[in-house]
Structures are given as C-alpha cells and as structure tokens.
Design a protein around this ligand. Structure first.
Ligand code: MG
Ligand code: MG
Length: 247
C-alpha cells in the first residue's frame, strides 16, 4: 500500500501520541509498580491527545498496552496482580489511532538494576531494530529488513522469534504484507516511497520457540529464558526511512 503525504501526516500525528505513551510509561517503570499502573499512564495519554486505542478490544484484548515481563515475549495483559521487581525486564507495546490512522511501537526496559545478560539482550534487540530500519530505502526489498535484524541478533548469540512478525500499517494496525524478522528465503516486494511498516524484532536469549498461555494472549519463550521486543512504525521517503514513533 502506498500512503500519500496527507495520510503520512496523520500517521506522524498518531506516531507522536505513541511516542508520548512510550516516554511516559518508561518514566513510570520502577520496582513496585504494576503493569496495570502502566496501562493507566498510557490510557491518560490517549485521552489527553484525543486519540483512540487500537489495542483496546482488538479481538477482545482488554487493555490499552501490552505488558510482557521477562520470559513473556509479547501480548501480555496489564494486571493489578503483576508487580514489577528489581532485576526484571518489561516489554511495553503501545498503539494509537488519529483520524483513522494507526501508530504502533514497543520497547523493553529494565526495572532497576538488571543482569549483564539482560542488559545485553536489550541493547542487541534495539540495535537489530535499527539495523532493519537502516535498509528501509527505495531500491531495497522488504525481506532485507529481516535479514539485517537476524544478522545482528544472531551475531550476539541470541535467536529471533519466527512465529510473530512485523507488518504494514495504515488505516488498520495490521495490514499485509507481514515483515519477518529473519531471512525467509526470498527477497519479497520492492520498497517504495509511501510504504509504512511496523518493524518489531522479538529476540530471545535462548531458542526461538514460543508457547501461548491459557489466557489466549500471553506468548512465552518455551525454554523460559528472557525475551526482548522493540518496535517502531516507519515510513519510506525519498530521503530514506522516517521513524514516525520516535520519542
Ligand atoms: Mg506493537
Ligand atoms: Mg506491531
């Protein structure tokens, strides 16, 4: 899908709301806070900016953000019973709609002091996202993105989740085509000015295998080792990638 400049401008505005959700939830993270507290922070931003939530009621999802601690990869439901502790890592996925146009971004943050390995996982996962963004240029192909994500993650000894992937974004949060975070064996479509994609590597310390909990949402690493998740929504311009959700 090619988005025209007016559509991109609306996605910039949605992206700025998402960026503010990222900044404010990140600033609230500390030992003792619950993931429901973080959801309230995000909900307030959506309300203040006159935006709508694309997560709330999505296939029945009951909250404004996804909060996924430690060995939970994605799609965790915020809860008053989920208290964050010193040494945890917490993945927070945020989204918003402005005038029908969507933004989507995620980060993983430390809770207080974390282990050296956890710190390295966060750094490598974020670096893998930026390596993918860097090749989002006219003349390249869609699957060049995942090839770069995978290269960075695996060079650090980590693995990339296969089952959950990035996506085009626009008037819906999840549009076709999907964007794998690994090289799928074919180059995929050409990247064009006006394409907008949400790139979202999920990187595991151990194996890439996943399991889903009985709540129908929470996705965990099968081996119980840590996982991190970073995401931005990015428009391809004549001058290269424009990150719409940058705080
Ligand atoms: Mg997301
Ligand atoms: Mg996404």
């Amino acid at each position: 899908m090619i988005r025209n400049p007016q559509e991109i401008e609306k996605m910039r505005r949605a992206g700025r709301v998402v960026a503010e959700m990222i900044e404010k939830t990140r600033a609230a993270i500390r030992p003792g806070i619950t993931t429901d507290d973080l959801d309230k922070v995000a909900r307030a931003v959506i309300h203040e900016r006159g935006a709508r939530s694309n997560f709330l009621n999505y296939h029945g999802f009951p909250a404004t953000i996804c909060t996924s601690p430690n060995d939970m990869i994605v799609h965790g439901i915020p809860s008053k019973n989920c208290v964050l502790h010193e040494g945890d890592i917490i993945s927070v996925d945020c989204g918003a709609i402005i005038e029908g146009y969507h933004g989507d971004a995620a980060y993983t943050a430390p809770v207080g002091e974390i282990s050296k390995e956890a710190r390295r996982l966060l750094e490598v996962t974020e670096a893998s996202l930026w390596a993918g963004i860097e090749v989002m240029r006219v003349g390249n192909r869609l699957h060049d993105i995942g090839r770069e994500v995978q290269r960075v993650a695996e060079a650090a000894g980590f693995s990339v989740v296969r089952k959950y992937v990035g996506h085009a974004i626009g008037t819906a949060m999840h549009e076709e085509p999907q964007v794998p975070n690994y090289w799928p064996g074919t180059p995929g479509p050409k990247l064009k000015v006006g394409n907008v994609y949400a790139i979202e590597p999920m990187v595991n310390v151990g194996e890439p295998d996943t399991i889903e909990l009985d709540d129908g949402w929470s996705v965990m690493t099968k081996d119980g080792l840590l996982s991190a998740h970073f995401e931005h929504s990015i428009a391809i311009t004549e001058d290269g990638p424009e990150v719409l959700t940058l705080p």
